[in-house]
Every structure is written in structure tokens, then in C-alpha cells.
Write a protein that binds this ligand. Structure first.
Ligand code: ADP
Ligand code: MG
Length: 691
């Protein structure tokens, strides 16, 4: 592929700078899409677009030029210009140098009588009569006017030593010579039917659109292309996972399941029973299970997962249960102790913190098949972790694990079943695009007796008074802070610092403290004391986000509420409203950060996890929520699945038609699709049947 060194003006030194951004070939340059665009057209010629930033531009004839020194080491080069809209002033600032004239270049270019374009920051945005200048271009510089000013201009990520101007020039030259892979690869009838811009034209227009229409068309073209490839990749991945058969069968013996049910102390909701039936049917089927279990916070997913693990154990198989954090893993371990009591099962906890002899012994027992259920963090994926007979993989909080991590876990057994759980409900279309290889079970119903939790914003004083009132009535209270210890950030309160203060404030009440850095034994003791009602007020970090179930707790106070994500806030709120009393959640913000006001408003307005999740996706974007960015699972440069919902729907519809007619993409019109899929996803997702 042609190296960018073939471009005029790019020698080995500059090429090095581009390489730092991962740009080595002409195609790299062309498919390094702009981060955004600036509208550098003159006022009057501008038309707004949502993804284009309005950039102020001055154009005028130079009337006077002045070179000023300030008292400091600053020099100012000041122009007055005659523009269509009246007189304007533009100033360039530079640090003085005793060795050379910092304005030599400007003085040569910017002479009286010449017409010049200037970009910069207006000091009076309304009239543009005074501007702090940034870039300038002479009106007779035909080439500059083609790419830098007087048009829509692309903006790219840069690196030290590589200016925006250099980058634009390189891309412009590359686009003019149009490198090899920009040719069309979509089936011709499809591109025509969806009215997509031709790929080579779009590749140019995405960087240097002549007008708004071209830019909109070019973006749509590439967004569609990205989403269609993703949708196809999922479908093929799905087919592949389901094309193998398990080498074992399951029998529902109930030797463990029946005593487990009797142990529970409650009966399953209809929704839980339904999910369990779907999972058992999958596990008994010849093809490995790949299922997503979706259910709001507190809907009881753990019991469903435990049932699946018990079915595996009844048939002599091992299970692994992966949680995203140490605290979650510990809490699950704690829950399992309660629910699996007396069943004679062996289960163990593995986290990254476990070292030395203890770890070694555990791994040995696991490899010998002496452990039935392994609970743990990402540590369970590690190379040293080997099973004798792994049959079932359960992943809690799906979005914290990537496709590759899932695959690595799955590879620890032979054709294992996989159950993935999430409290983030995902709209249907998004689900198809994000987890297109999974089947879906949804727990729509909450266990009986849950009460809606009244949520309001409150000041600290009001919140603490409410806490005192609840304690006086014999109820219990959670008071949550974002961090364990004080930090540099004065706006952020910590458990340790506040604990002392709260003990004094709630004199006569039993106040206790819980956070992730307490020794495990102590943590357990604190949780047991609270569960037994011996503690009135529990001051804690997010550790109590999940797992703790105390019906007598009726008030949740979340301090620094602005620091928590919506999912966490919702999880925390889910800790109350579990008994027969009315419960409340008080959000106490100490500052405003980013979109915090929107998040808190959403919390106050709805207690429905599904709705919250949709709002979260809207506020933060799907990629952020579902952890796609970190994992690099998908090749999406322009597409945003929540924003580009309609294009996504089209892509999914087209995928269905394409695969129905040509399941292996063997026909000529689909050859291009096949090649692209191979390039993008074969390695990333291990798509073996695409060659
Ligand atoms: P999540 O879906 O958020 O993981 P959990 O599995 O932690 O929810 O369940 C939340 C709480 O509800 C737990 O304390 C659990 O014991 C309890 N629970 C689960 N199922 C039922 C049920 N059918 N009836 C009553 N309580 C239940
Ligand atoms: Mg859970």
C-alpha cells in the first residue's frame, strides 16, 4: 500500500509524526475521518449542521499594519482590515525573541493593500470587529483557499509537531490522488437502493465537502457501511457459535435443585421461572448456549444463574461466575454461602489479590475438579486458571467484559454454555447490533413486596435530619460517599473523613463504616451487624451497590451524587424499598459536573431501570455505557448506535436479505462484503469461516 512518504511535502521526518498517529499509508490518511468539522465560510454563506462547529472567519483588505511591544515579553502584530461588514482589527501574539524577528514572515505576507483571510477567536463575537488571530491565508493563494478557509474544514486529532494545517494538506493531497481501497465494495443494487453516495466521492467529501449536502451524504454512506459490516459480522459469528455440538448432555436430576429451592426462603417469580426454563432448555440442547439475561437491579438474576450452575453441578460439570469487581465477586461469594448451605457443593473465590500458596492450592483443586463453582474477578480469565471439566460460564455485568474476554473464558472448556447477565436493558435494535450473537431472556417482574422509592435532591442538612428521623423510628439508613479517603479534590467527600463527623452528629445511634479496603472478615462482620439491625446508620462507599438486602433499611443518602453514573445511582437506590415501609432516596450534590444535572433529574423522574438506561444511552452515547470503546470490539469510526438508529435499522434489514439469498457471501456481488468483513472482523472476533 502506498506510503504517505510519496505525498509531496512529506519526507521521512514528517512521516514519523504521522506514524505516531498510526497513519502510514495513503489509505490510513483517507480513513482517518475528521473528529469534527469547522464551518469557515464567510458569514452569510454559513448553514448550520449539528456536527459542524461554527468557526469565525474574517476576510478583508489590509489597511494598516502595526508591530507593538508590550511591557512583558510579548509582541503584537496588529492589522486593521476593511471587510464587507466594516472595519475590523486582527492581532497576532508572539513571545519576543532576542535572536530573531518573530514576525518576519507575517511582515512579508501581510502588507497594506493585500486581501487576507483570518481565523481566530473574536473578542466581540457578535460583530467580529476585534479578533485574536490564529491562522491567516492570502486571498491569492489558490491552494490554501481550497482546503483551509472559506469552506467546511476538517478537524483531526493531532500530535506534537504536527499542525492542523500540515494534516489538512496531507489529507487533501491524498484525497486528490485517491488511493487504492476507496473503491466500492457494496453490492451495486444495495448502494443504489439505499441512495448511498459513491464510495470514492464520499471518501473525498468526508474530509473536504463542497457543501452541507455532500457532508451529510458522505457521513451517511460511511455510517451505513460500518453498521452493515457489524451486523453481518454478528450474524456470521452467531451461526458459527451454533454450528458446533456439545459433547455432553444434561439431565435435570433435582438432587441439588430441589434442596436449593427449599433453602431460598421465597418462591421464584414467574419471570425468574420462565428465564430458568429458557436456560435449562438451552443447556439441554445439543448446541452451546449463548444467552443474555437482562433484568433490572434487584430483579433476582443471581438465583437464576445459581440454578443454571446447579444443573451443571448435578451433571458433574464445573461452572465459573465472573464479576467485574473484587467487591462484587466477594458479595456473590457471600450470597452463595447463604443459598448453597448444606448442598455439599464446593465453591471458591478467586481474585487478583490472592497470591502465593493459597492461590496455588486453589488452582490445583480447580484443575483436579475438586471445586464445582469458581467465583471471581477478571482474574479467572488468567492463563494459570484451568478447569477439569468446565461446562458453564456466567458473566455478570456484561458490559464490563469484552468479546475477547468472553471468548477467553469460554476457551477454558470445550464447547461450554455461556450465560451473560446485565442490569442495563438495551433497546431491541441496539441489542441486535451489540450482541447479535446472543439469545435474550428478560426478567420483567420484580420480586413481590418492592415499593417505589421516592427520590429527591436535597441539601446535606435535610438529608441528615431525615436520617435521624428514620433511626428514631427504628429504621436503618445508608449514607454513601464516592471515595474511601480524602483526595486533592476538596469537593469530594470521603467515607473515612465523614465517618468521624457523623458519629459525633448521630450521638446515641450506632454508626458503622463499610468500604472495600477493610479486611474481608471485618467487612463480613459489618454487613452482618447491619443485616441483623444492630447498626442504625451505615456510612459506606459504593460497596453496598449490590448484594445487601435489608428490608428494614428505608433511607439511602447519596453524597456527591453528581459523581455517580446513572447505573450506580440506580443500583444504590435499589438497596432500599425492600420492606413494608415507605422508602426514600436523597441525592446530595456538592457541585455540578458535566451532565450531572441531567442524571439527577432522570433519577428523580423515574425509578424504571429500562427508562433510565435509555436516558443514559441518550446522555452518554451507547459506546460509553456498554463499554465498547475500551474493548475495541467493533470497528466503528463514525457510527454511534444510539444516534444513528434509523441507519442501523436499515443495515439490519439489509443484512437479513443479503444472508437469506447468499448465506456464505459466495456470489460475485457479495465478494466485496466478504473481503471487508474478513479484513475487519476475522481476527478481532475469530471468524474462521470467512476466507
Ligand atoms: P440482581 O438481578 O440485581 O442481581 P439479585 O439477584 O441480587 O438481583 O436479587 C436481589 C435480591 O432479591 C436478593 O436479595 C435476592 O435474594 C432477592 N430475591 C431474588 N428473587 C426473589 C424472589 N423471587 N422473591 C423474593 N426475593 C427475591
Ligand atoms: Mg446482580
Amino acid at each position: 500500500m502506498a506510503s504517505i512518504q510519496f505525498l509531496k511535502g512529506i519526507g521521512p521526518k514528517k512521516a514519523e509524526l504521522f506514524a505516531r498517529l498510526g497513519l502510514e499509508t495513503l489509505d490510513d490518511l483517507l480513513f482517518n475521518f475528521p473528529r469534527k468539522w469547522e464551518d469557515r465560510r464567510l458569514p452569510g454563506k454559513k448553514e448550520p449542521l449539528p456536527f459542524v462547529e461554527d468557526a469565525p472567519v474574517l476576510k478583508g483588505k489590509i489597511k494598516t499594519v502595526r508591530d507593538l511591544y508590550t511591557s512583558g515579553r510579548l509582541r503584537i502584530f496588529k492589522l486593521t482590515l476593511e471587510t464587507r461588514y466594516g472595519e475590523a482589527e486582527a492581532s497576532f501574539f508572539k513571545r519576543h525573541s532576542p535572536r530573531f524577528d518573530v514576525f518576519a514572515g507575517l511582515r512579508k505576507d501581510l502588507r497594506e493593500g493585500r486581501t487576507v483571510w483570518i481565523t481566530g477567536t473574536p473578542e466581540d463575537p457578535l460583530f467580529m470587529s476585534r479578533v485574536r488571530a490564529d491562522e491567516y491565508y492570502l486571498d491569492d493563494d489558490v491552494r490554501a483557499l481550497k482546503m483551509h478557509v472559506g469552506r467546511l474544514v476538517p478537524v483531526y486529532p493531532l500530535t506534537e509537531g504536527l499542525t492542523a494545517r500540515m494534516m489538512r494538506e496531507a489529507v487533501y493531497t491524498a484525497a486528490a490522488s485517491l488511493a487504492e481501497t476507496v473503491g466500492e465494495f457494496l453490492p451495486p443494487d444495495l448502494a443504489a437502493r439505499r441512495g448511498l453516495a459513491a464510495r470514492d466521492l464520499a471518501a473525498r467529501a468526508i474530509h473536504f465537502p463542497e457543501n452541507n449536502f455532500e457532508l451529510v451524504q458522505a457521513r451517511r454512506r460511511f455510517i451505513y457501511e460500518e453498521l452493515l459490516l457489524l451486523a453481518l459480522a454478528w450474524a456470521i459469528k452467531r451461526r458459527q457459535t451454533r454450528s458446533v455440538e456439545k459433547n455432553f448432555t444434561y439431565e435435570i436430576k433435582k438432587t441439588l435443585l430441589t434442596p436449593f429451592r427449599q433453602n431460598l426462603g421465597f418462591s421464584l417469580t414467574a419471570a425468574q421461572a420462565h428465564a430458568i426454563n429458557e436456560i435449562f432448555a438451552d443447556m439441554q440442547a445439543p448446541v452451546p448456549m449463548a444467552r443474555l439475561l437482562e433484568g433490572d437491579v434487584g430483579s433476582g438474576k443471581t438465583v437464576v444463574a445459581l440454578s443454571a450452575m446447579l444443573l451443571a453441578a448435578e451433571n458433574g460439570g464445573q461452572s465459573v461466575f465472573a464479576a467485574p469487581t473484587e467487591i462484587l465477586a466477594e458479595q456473590h461469594h457471600f450470597t452463595f454461602e447463604k443459598f448453597l448451605k448444606g448442598l455439599g457443593l464446593r465453591f471458591a473465590l478467586l481474585t487478583g489479590r490472592m497470591k502465593g500458596a493459597v492461590r496455588k492450592k486453589l488452582l490445583e483443586e480447580l484443575a483436579e475438579g475438586k471445586i464445582d463453582i469458581l467465583i471471581g474477578t477478571h482474574a479467572v480469565i488468567g492463563a494459570g486458571v484451568k478447569f477439569k471439566n468446565l461446562r458453564l460460564v456466567v458473566v455478570d455485568e456484561q458490559h464490563r467484559f469484552g468479546v475477547r474476554q468472553r471468548a477467553a473464558l469460554r476457551a477454558k472448556g470445550d464447547r461450554v454454555d455461556m450465560l451473560i447477565m446485565t442490569a442495563t436493558p438495551i433497546p431491541r435494535t441496539l441489542f441486535l447490533a451489540l450482541y447479535g450473537d446472543l439469545d435474550l431472556s428478560v426478567i420483567k417482574e420484580m420480586p413481590p413486596g418492592r415499593k417505589p422509592v421516592k427520590t429527591t435532591e436535597a441539601g446535606e442538612e435535610i438529608a441528615f435530619r431525615a436520617a435521624a428521623d428514620e433511626a428514631a423510628k427504628g429504621r436503618q439508613v445508608y449514607i454513601v460517599y464516592p471515595v474511601i479517603e480524602e483526595t486533592q479534590d476538596a469537593d469530594m467527600k470521603s467515607v473515612k473523613a465523614e465517618f468521624a463527623r457523623l458519629q459525633a452528629l448521630f450521638k446515641g445511634r450506632k454508626v458503622d463504616m463499610l468500604h472495600g479496603r477493610l479486611p474481608s472478615e471485618l467487612k463480613k462482620q459489618v454487613m452482618e451487624d447491619f443485616a441483623a439491625g444492630r447498626t442504625d446508620i451505615l456510612v459506606a462507599t459504593q460497596v453496598i451497590e449490590v448484594g445487601i438486602d435489608v428490608p428494614n433499611a428505608t433511607l439511602m443518602v447519596i453524597n456527591n451524587a453528581e459523581r455517580f453514573g446513572l447505573a450506580s445511582l440506580h443500583q444504590l437506590r435499589g438497596r432500599v424499598g425492600r420492606g413494608r415501609w415507605d422508602s426514600r432516596c436523597l441525592l446530595v450534590p456538592y457541585a455540578r459536573t458535566g451532565d450531572s444535572a441531567e442524571r439527577l433529574r432522570a433519577m428523580v423522574q423515574t425509578s424504571n431501570g429500562f427508562e433510565l438506561s435509555e436516558r443514559d444511552i441518550y446522555i452518554r452515547g451507547a459506546g460509553e455505557i456498554l463499554g465498547l470503546r475500551q474493548h475495541g470490539d467493533m470497528d466503528l469510526k463514525l457510527a454511534d448506535m444510539s444516534r444513528d438508529k434509523e441507519i442501523l435499522e436499515q443495515a439490519i434489514e439489509d443484512r437479513e436479505a443479503i444472508l437469506a439469498a447468499d448465506p456464505d457471501l459466495q456470489t460475485r456481488p457479495n465478494a466485496g462484503l466478504r473481503r471487508k468483513l474478513h479484513d475487519l472482523y476475522a481476527e478481532r472476533w475469530n471468524l474462521i469461516d470467512l476466507s
